[in-house]
Design a protein around this ligand. Sequence first.
Ligand code: SAM
Length: 244
Amino acid sequence: MSKNIKIRLFSATPLSADIEWLPNDAQSHYLLNVLRLKIGDEIKVFDGQNGEYVGKIVSLSKKNCTVKILQKVRDMKYCPDLWLLFAPVKKDKTDFIIAGATELGVSKIIPTLTKRTITERIKTERYEAQVIEACEQCRRLDVPQISDPQSLEKILETWSQDRILYFMDETGNGGDIQTVFKNASTAKAAILVGPEGGFSDEELQLLRQKNFAKAVSLGERILRAETAVHAALSCWQAICGDWK
Ligand code: SAM
């Protein structure tokens, strides 16, 4: 029965059977005014830490409703330990990057400030909303973490040696993606994609000096940043991740 329930919402508070859960204002509006659900209708709810539950609307007013959490229908499961570092681009394209990366199963997203990143477009709360919406839609149980924007230099200074950083290098000097990923030596990985204007020469030089960083080529065509993000993440999931 629970398989047929398509509506799936995120709870910011921990869930367990038999508690009453209060959707936030936007979620209540969606349930009551957009979907026009009534008392007795069932939805799915997940909290990013305890799995997924079925709940039933047990009371409602004009603006809010209460959902009684019935039983757990899926145990908690986490995506592989894959981070995305991307240089924010225009608003819609960044939304597309974040939603796609969430669907493609990253565990953490780090907006990365490079020399050519346009910084006034960065809105972390907007990114968080995109992540939640994508999790609700793609049936993911865990929610990727979004960190505050950080400069590439700072990130490289404090990088932990046990995580390999694959940087997408459009200059043609990187290894081919299939060979590089097939030879991956650690389960902890991160993918870095540059801004619309590409990495500066100094940034490429700095990256090449780091023993935890590996240059990767996505072929001879130059891809838009958002295409490069989704292509690189897809390749990693297929070769090293949970698409196997
Ligand atoms: N302005 C740059 C140019 O014309 O050479 C292109 C930058 S590209 C739009 C944005 C980012 O996508 C690059 O910094 C790189 O990380 C990634 N990218 C795009 N095409 C790539 C390729 N063929 N191989 C590796 N990375 C690529």
